[in-house]
Design a protein around this ligand. Structure first.
Ligand SMILES: [Fe+2]
Length: 497
């Protein structure tokens, strides 16, 4: 007899109890406003949703199997579909009827029967590029999904034999002008190595540039920035250690004794030395993970200024990665604020400037991707309304309950919040352009609202540049989608084309 019981820990209970529901719901109920009739496309999002109870008693929320969701918008109607991504890990464990893979990103804790299989969960992002829907997790290669059925087509995609790195980021950047995708793999020479393989992949899916460099130390490199002229890698000290892995320990620990390093190099696709000209900037320790956008500008004296917008906190945001030096997790010091980091390439020093963009907590920053890599005016993020801590046990990966979305107007400096409501949380905002308009920020922000007590979600659409109006439309889901990670909108014309 095999009894299936999940632990009653924070990763597996409350709003974060495993969902495990693969379903189709046609015509979700519209309970407020109306879905704009000209929206024709799909909002894809993905998140961790464990298939089986963990092998070793408990687990961190980042380690669940990827559950892909598609919200198909057409003629004022929204159809919903959810499917598990059939990774090598998922299929081996499905056949066994139990977990076989152990601790997050620690192959030394796996059942011997799964040696050599990909440990990837494909649970972090769904990105459309070169006619393929890529399900991404930074510890492994992309998984290709059918965008209409969400069926898994390739469980370890190497771009036709062109990807030498065993890993690929969940946050590639697509150049809105050329259609090229910029991406990288870190720990690219094996577990806990400092090596990063950097790629440019053309709009035809062919790798046009591959180059390797080493970070000052091995650490989580979750995201990066690309401007029209430069590439930016921020290295924060959430470090990886092979000896700790061999002892069955966590993949990452927080090492506040180390400085932050930021590598800036010219884009190799515009005729130069690329990573061979990398310059490392340095600052006292802090934690930065996501990147809102980056752009290259010229100062009043012609200085070359690279701006890099990132949520940053004084210590790591994840309470489940222990400190290397016995420091206690401090939620106040871990609070991420949106910051602008500016690197003056005309100045020979290694210092850079940091300034806050808003006085409240914010993470999961996004822009209108048609303006990515250039100077952006509008941006959105998950945030906490007026510092409210009500419903703090909402169970996002940081343990926080984001209960508001923020709109940043960087031209006026005004930030506006949309509060999701008492007893609610809200997931990452994703921008949807208004059909027929190319103006920056003209369109909608789509996000899932978590009704914590009811254990159910709504999908809301807000006017992206006017949060004060309230939702343009609210769609009621008859089920609970636990906190996901990232999503993207793909217009029907792109999916068909
Ligand atoms: Fe992310």
């Amino acid at each position: 007899m095999m009894r299936v019981t999940f632990p009653s820990t924070r990763s597996f209970s409350g709003f974060n109890a495993p969902g495990r529901v693969e379903c189709d719901v046609l015509g979700l109920e519209v309970v407020e406003g109306a879905i704009p009739g000209d929206l024709d496309g799909t909002f894809f999002r993905v998140g961790p949703d464990p298939q089986w109870p963990p092998l070793h008693g408990d687990d961190i929320p980042l380690n669940g199997d990827g559950m892909a969701c598609a919200f198909r918008f057409k003629d004022g109607r929204v159809d919903f579909k959810s499917r598990y991504i059939e990774t090598q890990k998922f299929m081996a464990e499905r056949a066994a009827g139990r977990a076989l893979f152990g601790v997050y990103r620690n192959p030394y804790t796996d059942d011997a029967s799964v040696q050599g299989l990909s440990r990837g969960t494909a649970n972090t992002n769904l990105v459309w590029h070169a006619g393929k829907l890529l399900a991404l997790k930074e510890d492994s290669r992309p998984v290709v999904l059918d965008p209409h059925t969400l069926a898994t087509l390739d469980d370890s995609y190497d771009f036709g034999g062109q990807l030498n790195s065993p890993t690929f980021t969940a946050h590639p950047k697509i150049d809105p002008v050329t259609g090229d995708m910029f991406g990288f793999g870190y720990e690219a020479k094996g577990e806990a190595t400092p090596d990063i393989a950097f790629y440019v992949i053309g709009a035809d899916g062919k790798v046009s540039s591959e180059s390797w460099f080493a970070a000052p130390y091995p650490s989580m490199v979750h995201d990066f920035g690309v401007t029209r002229e430069h590439v930016v890698f921020a290295i924060s000290p959430l470090v990886a250690d092979l000896e700790l892995l061999k002892k069955g320990g966590p993949h990452f620990t927080w090492d506040s004794s180390k400085d932050v390093y930021v590598g800036v190099f010219p884009r190799p696709d515009i005729g130069n030395n690329g990573v061979r000209d990398i310059r490392w900037f340095r600052a006292p320790t802090c934690f930065s993970s996501h990147v809102m956008n980056a752009y290259t500008d010229r100062g009043p004296g012609g200085e070359i200024l690279v701006h890099f917008d990132t949520p940053a906190g004084d210590m790591v945001v994840f309470p489940f990665f222990p400190s290397k030096n016995g420091e206690r997790f401090d939620q106040t010091r871990a609070v991420p604020y949106m910051e602008r980091w500016t690197f003056d390439l005309s100045n020979p020093g290694d210092a850079f400037q940091r300034r806050k963009l808003a006085p409240f907590e914010a993470e999961f920053p996004r822009v209108d991707d048609r303006y990515l890599m250039g100077k952006h005016r509008h941006a959105w993020a998950s945030s906490i309304h007026d510092g409210a801590t009500k419903g703090i046990t909402g169970g996002s990966v940081s343990g926080k309950n984001f209960n508001a979305l923020a709109h940043f107007d960087l031209a006026t400096g005004v930030t506006t919040q949309y509060y999701a409501g008492d007893g609610c949380g809200i997931q990452e905002p994703t921008f949807i352009p208004r059909p027929g308009s190319s103006e920056e920020g003209d369109g909608y922000v789509v996000a899932l609202v978590n009704h914590l007590a009811e254990a159910r979600n709504d999908l809301i659409l807000l006017d992206a540049r006017d949060f004060k109006k309230g939702p343009v439309a609210r769609v009621r889901l008859p089920l609970r989608l636990r906190n996901g990670l990232h999503g993207n909108w793909v217009a029907a014309a792109d999916l068909e084309g």
